[in-house]
Design a protein around this ligand. Structure first.
Ligand SMILES: [Zn+2]
Length: 452
């Protein structure tokens, strides 16, 4: 791959131990990894490729820890616009039952392109519906074409309506099928080493769609292979009620009983966790994907991020699926996180820099990666650059780092993953998006028409 020199960035945000923000900063990159970080004057002056980022803010690539890319096909569906989680799910399951491998591939291109353009360089996705010819391979193919670093979660649902679960029986699979496919995709795709571009995660969907047996068997399999575990937990009061009625315990205790705590586990949401449960998460090093927009959209509640941070819980940000966001913009999510923590009366609950920390270092920690999330020697060359001389930042350039969170979220002008340019001049380089959007809209319309 050779060498790449980045120089003259207006401000380069490192997220290193001293949280240095370097004026006239730069990076020296060899074979996709950073070898030097500092003021431009202290870096080598020559490289195979040189990027002059005068007038730009450079951030470590943002990291998304929770998403359902296929949901870009069902944004703003009228009957699900003003619904809580369970009503929203029951409205959308029949549409999602029409999902195909082609639809998963095309929606992954759309959602991942949106993430890249928001400065995101590592995305985690949670696919838990496998009707028709859908496979996890479809979204991995999309990620590779775009050049984004990707953690693909093989989800699953095994508890249908007839056995007391929420989803209709026709969208669930039996447990042997789910586990066999988890094994298949781990063996086919999982890269364990540093700078891995594809990793596999095992991710049964939620307490109300999966049996305790599958949760236990998934945890065992993940630990045999050394892959991570992910699930929805403590998202809504309805889910809490379901767990109390069916399992006689609150969601966190239910998860803990099944082996679903630990430094290889992260939960999505964790809105309804009390002080003892936050303590359990911190003690066990269980991570969380905080999804503020989705939590507001579905009226799920406010996750106690401030208390979790104070307790030392590992927290990343997630845009969540695009049927409950309804976008895949991680920079916007950082802004939402900051605003939502303040809404109950504490203007200092989360600062702009803390929100960026959740979106970078926090996400890396939740995904179990020490090779991304900061611009430091030894880390992967994953970064995003935003031009500062634009209307939306006018009047905020005394603090460009805060501006990027406080001001309306803007498109990244340049995004580099593993030393490779994947967004240039605000455009995706790997895929021609025009035809993709057309195809996506056609597939979306077909799925919704067929389900009506
Ligand atoms: Zn979700």
């Amino acid at each position: 791959m050779g060498t790449l020199l980045v120089r003259h960035a207006e401000v380069l945000v490192t997220m290193d131990a001293g949280r240095r923000e370097i004026r006239d900063g730069g990076l020296f990159i060899r074979d996709g990894a950073i070898t030097a970080v500092g003021p431009t004057g202290e870096l080598p002056t020559e490289a195979d490729q040189v990027l002059d980022l005068r007038g730009h803010l450079v951030l470590p690539g943002l990291i998304n820890t929770h998403h359902h890319l296929y949901q870009t096909l069902t944004r703003a569906v009228p009957a699900a616009q003003d619904a809580d989680l369970f009503t929203w799910l029951k409205t959308l399951y029949p549409i999602w039952a029409r999902l195909t491998g082609e639809a998963v591939y095309v929606s992954a291109l759309v959602g991942l392109a949106e993430l890249l353009l928001s400065g995101c360089t590592t995305a985690s996705d949670h696919l838990y519906l496998f009707p028709n010819d859908v496979t996890l391979d479809d979204e991995i193919r999309a990620a590779r074409e775009l050049g984004i670093r990707f953690h693909a979660s093989r989800g699953g649902m095994s508890l249908g309506e007839s056995r007391g679960g929420l989803p209709p029986d026709r969208v669930v699979q039996d447990e042997e099928t789910i586990l066999a496919d988890c094994r298949r995709v781990i063996e086919a795709y999982h890269e364990a080493g540093p700078y891995a571009m594809t990793r596999i995660v095992i991710a049964p969907c939620s307490p109300f769609s999966v049996t305790p047996q599958l949760m236990r068997a998934s945890a065992e399999m993940a630990r045999t292979y050394g892959v991570r575990l992910h699930t929805h937990l403590a998202e809504t009061k309805d889910e809490e009620q379901f767990c109390l009625e069916r399992f006689g315990r609150r969601p966190a205790a239910y998860a803990a009983d099944l082996g679903w705590t630990g430094d290889d586990v992260w939960w999505a949401h964790s809105v309804h966790v009390n002080a003892a449960e936050i303590e359990l998460m911190a003690r066990s090093a269980t991570g969380v994907a905080h999804c503020p927009t989705s939590n507001m959209r579905l009226a799920s509640g406010i996750a106690p991020v401030r208390a979790m941070r104070a307790a030392g819980v590992r927290i990343g940000l997630g845009v969540d699926g695009s049927a409950s966001n309804d976008s895949s913009n991680l920079l916007a999510e950082a802004r939402q996180a900051l605003l939502l923590q303040r809404v109950t009366g504490d203007p200092g609950a989360l600062t702009a820099r803390q929100a960026l920390e959740l979106a970078t270092l926090g996400g890396a920690s939740v995904l179990g990666r020490e090779d991304i999330g900061a611009l430091m020697p030894g880390r992967a060359a994953d970064f995003a650059a935003f031009r500062l001389n634009r209307l939306e930042y006018a009047g905020a350039l005394h603090d460009p780092v805060a501006a990027i969170v406080f001001c309306a979220p803007q498109r990244a002008d340049l995004v580099v993953v593993n030393g490779r340019i994947v967004v240039s001049e605000g455009q995706i380089t790997g895929v021609d998006l025009g035809p993709v959007i057309e195809r996506h809209n056609r597939l979306s319309q077909q799925m919704i028409d067929q389900a009506m």
